[in-house]
Structures are given as structure tokens and as C-alpha cells.
Design a protein around this ligand. Sequence first.
Ligand SMILES: NC(=O)c1ccc[n+]([C@@H]2O[C@H](COP(=O)([O-])OP(=O)(O)OC[C@H]3O[C@@H](n4cnc5c(N)ncnc54)[C@H](O)[C@@H]3O)[C@@H](O)[C@H]2O)c1
Length: 419
Amino acid sequence: MKVLITGIDGYSGWPLALHLLGRGHDVVGVDNFVTRRRVKEVGSWSGTPILPFPKRQQAVHDLLRKELGFHKGDLADYEFVRGVLATERPDAIVHLAEQRSAPYSMIDVHHAVATQVDNLTGTLHLLYAMREVVPDAHLVKMGTMGEYGTPGVDIPEGFFEVEYRGRRDTLPFPRQAGSWYHWSKVFDSGDVMFATRIWKLRTTDVMQGVIYGTRTPEITHDKLLTRFDFDETWGTALNRFIVQAVLGLPLTVYGQGGQTRGFIALEDSMQSLRLAVEHPAEPGQYRVFNQFDAAYSVNQLAEATVRIAAEYRLHPTIDHPPDPRVEAEQHYYQPIHEHLPALGYRAQRTLDDGIRQIFRDVIRFRRRLEARRHVVLPTVNWRVADSKPAIAARLPSFPGPSAPPPTAASPPSSVDPTV
Ligand SMILES: NC(=O)c1ccc[n+]([C@@H]2O[C@H](COP(=O)([O-])OP(=O)(O)OC[C@H]3O[C@@H](n4cnc5c(N)ncnc54)[C@H](O)[C@@H]3O)[C@@H](O)[C@H]2O)c1
């Protein structure tokens, strides 16, 4: 099968490319390297060193004896998107190329707008280009479990049966996102569902849990490493906890720490995306997969980090600063995940294994963490309209209020995208 991955240079796009190549698929990617630029914008970098993309392609050639196709470009450019689909004519498109940080989207109005404009534009361009050029291709679109929020009932996979005033119907389950980023995913889901219905496309919307880990079986050499973000804006809570433990800082559990989410190991996320690709939706079918293995609270993540840190002679303490986000700190959380297991999905990794694997990798690159230790603590606050002054207090070069918004339409950055 020929698979196009948008966002191939990203945390999950890169290991997905390696995984699909290893399973005999042809892979071609698209990226504009905006995540590298945006992580640099907030003063951080990947905790693991990641090669510039041409060197990544070379490493695939040298180490795996495979060829990886690539088109550099922005999904904001419709002619580019249509041109790539016309040239490559993929059987499946895995769409990962979006702004994926909730705190980044909450920095100020410009970051909120850039997030929603970029994400919705890229998805709409892909949908239109598919209709025009490859209407039979299968779109696997990355959503997030965060679209659902934390309702007080079980969370079904996209749809549920409802009875209202004596009538029954199967309807989309209500979405209650918790950031401008998560709302962009909700709006995306509506667009994918609508395009599927009117144009009879084949689509799968993956409500992805939080991914953790630095390794998949295909990452056999440092030249094949994927990125690992640990700053307050781009790093997940677990990534930040592990880095805090390595740096001798207390783990910062926001508020009471009862916030509970679904989690999945990197290699299991790759397994489930491959299964979605290899079992396409039917024409006109919009499927929703909840993709996670187990739910953990932030307190449970912190406790697991402390327990496993001791194996590395690290003994961090746990702090509870006020939660900078607006979210329930204790709540019910019971999502259903049956569709992927029905396709053969079986988890290969436990959380403890994943945490050990991250410790092993980031301890080796401790100097990269030391060099950016100031970016771990929170500055972006959901309750204020402009968090730039707080960011600028630790990063004087952070763009001031008059800076142009970092939209996809901005002129190419002078920043070297490969740093
Ligand atoms: N990582 C997680 O834990 C997680 C959880 C839930 C959902 N997701 C979703 O999965 C997807 C991939 O996440 P990730 O962690 O790999 O993110 P990432 O930021 O590491 O990767 C995204 C890649 O897409 C590229 N990109 C972004 N906008 C682009 C555009 N307009 N044109 C071309 N390239 C563009 C970026 O440069 C980057 O390389 C995202 O849609 C994200 O919302 C991720």
C-alpha cells in the first residue's frame, strides 16, 4: 500500500514512517518543519537530538535499506496539497500535520487564531484535494481524546444512542474540549464527517490518547530517534515529570492531580495507526476509533515516575502548584475502546516499561535538558488573555505584542528549521 503521512517530521509521523516501511508499505511524507520552529519560539528544543530531514532520509536508506519519499511544503497551500496527491496517488493518507499543543494555543489571541486557522485549513485542503484527485483513498485523521472532555458518563467511540422526547437516534457524542487547540480538533471532526457524507469519502477519525515513549522496535539507532518535548508548552505531563526527576527538580502536579486521561505507548500508537490503514473504511463511512490503552491520573503518573526514578538513583519530590489550566481536578473518566481491538490491536508495552525507556534515553542526553531547564515550569495560564509577558520574563527574545502572528501564511522563517 502507498501511504502519505502529513507531518512526517513530527513525534509520531517519524516512527510511523519507519513502522510502515518495515511492514512493506511505500511511504511518502509532507512537512513544513513548523513544529521545530514553534518549539524554538518558546525557548526549547527536543530532548533527543533529531537530524535534519535530509539526513533522516539518508539514515533510512543506510540503516533500513528503504527509500522514503518527501515533499517539503505547507498544507495551507492548496496547490501544493493537490499537486502532492496528484503526483503520489496514495491509497491512504495519515494526517498528523497540525499544531498539537494546548498551552501554545492558549498563549494569546494570535496563537489561538494560528492554531485554529492552520488546523482547519490543512484538513479542508486535504479533503478537497482528495475529492478532486484521489476520491477512493482512505483518510486516517488524527483527532484527540481531549475532544470529549470529561463528561460524567462513559465515552463511546464517536457516536451514541440517545432517546429524547420519546424518539431514538444514533448521534455524535457531545464534545467539550478544554483548549482552543482541542476545539480545533472538534471542528476538524465535524468537517471530516460532513465531507465523508457529501462526497462518499473513506475516513477514520482517531481520538488519540496521550502518547508516551521514545522508542519503537524500528528505532534501532540514534540517527533514527524521534523528537522528545519536555517544555511546559510542548511536553506532556509525563515527559515533564521525567525530565524534572533527571534535573533534580520537584515534579509539578498541577492542582489536586486527579485529572485523568487515556494513554498509549508510542509503539502501540503506531500499531493501531497501521491497523487503521490496513483496514480502510468503506466509501461514505466515517469511523471513530478511541485510541488509548489505559487511563491514568496525573497523580498516578507522578507516583510511577517517582517509583521508577529510584531505579536510576533519582529521588524527586512532588509539588502541587495551582493548576494554570481551567479543568476538573477530580472527575469520572470511563472511555470505551473496542474498535481497534476488533481489528487485532493488542498492547505491547506497559506504562512502567515506557517510563524506563524514556529515563534511559533522556539520561543519555541530560546536557540537552540542562541547557533548557528553565522551560519546564508553567507560564501559560488559561485564565489570562495574554501569557506573553510571563513567557518573556524567562525568554526575553519572545515576540512582543506587536509581533505578527505565527500563521502558516507568514513568510518563511529565517530560523534554520533543522536545529
Ligand atoms: N503526541 C500526542 O500525544 C498526541 C495526542 C493526541 C493527538 N495528537 C495528534 O497527533 C498529530 C501528530 O502529533 P505529534 O505529536 O506527532 O505532533 P508534532 O508537532 O510532533 O508533528 C506534527 C508535524 O506536522 C508538521 N506540520 C504542522 N503543520 C503543518 C502544515 N500546515 N503543513 C505541513 N506540515 C505541518 C510539523 O512540522 C510536525 O513535524 C497531531 O494532529 C496531534 O494533534 C497527538
